[in-house]
Design a protein around this ligand. Sequence first.
Ligand code: OAD
Length: 264
Amino acid sequence: MDRVSKMVGQVAARLRENPRVTVFTGAGMSAASGVPTFRGGGGLWEGYRIEDVATPEAFERDPELVWRFYDERRQNLLKCRPNEGHGVLAEWSRRYPGFSVLTQNVDGLHEAAGTVNVTRLHGCLWDFACAAGCARSPRRWRNTEVPLAKVPPPCPHCGGMARPDIVWFGEALDPENWAVATGATRCDLFFAIGTSAVVQPAASLINMALRQGAFAVEINPDQTPATAAVDVALGLPVEEALRRIEDEVGRAPGLSHDSSCPSF
Ligand code: OAD
């Protein structure tokens, strides 16, 4: 049996014990759905790094540029569907008690796949907030207009500008979401999937889970700062890795492909 198949078998064996599972996801989770990652393949948008269009300073300097970036991402997202990896996690969310997904993704594809118990750490592309935080507006509201008729779009409550309800670099995460996320690191099996594990504080969830005794699995074709720390690093695309793990979970325990037992 090759090394990867052994690792798949090891993870599947843990899943058969009906563990408490927490899955931490990043942009690679949705790569097979056609959602571009941030740091792969140059990672630039019109010559800008994500860090330069996703900050409060960038919004103050050039709100139209920032909104064009998000409008384009929303247009692209309309063409995207959850992939096989999202599907497996949706199934796990119904199967394993205490299961949760902590996602950095703003694409809503976990929810679209039917996953239960998703915490969105970085917000959602379909939610807006008042840029000035006007007293009449709710904390956030849904807007599905694609493409946006007006860029930047107005806050319907005060006539000022709306902003994407996304956590930008330099902004704090929602404290309630963060409390849920840190609580979920107390689990038996922790997966870090499709994340470069460089954006804090989200990336610190991996070490938090390890410190609390979770068995940690990374799924990413590339190495990350977390690779050396986790118990199993599966260097495969998530859609392939989760399908293989799920197939293995479904097999009768104790049987292996290279069994030397004669067949009946
Ligand atoms: P990145 O773009 O930094 O990293 C994506 C990771 O996915 C990389 O490590 C890739 O190797 C990996 N990857 C690519 N295809 C994959 C596949 N098919 N299966 C598994 N892994 C694959 O994205 P994030 O780590 O999510 O913040 O970035 C974190 C945050 O930085 C984002 O939430 C975003 C960004 O700025 C905000 O928008 C607030």
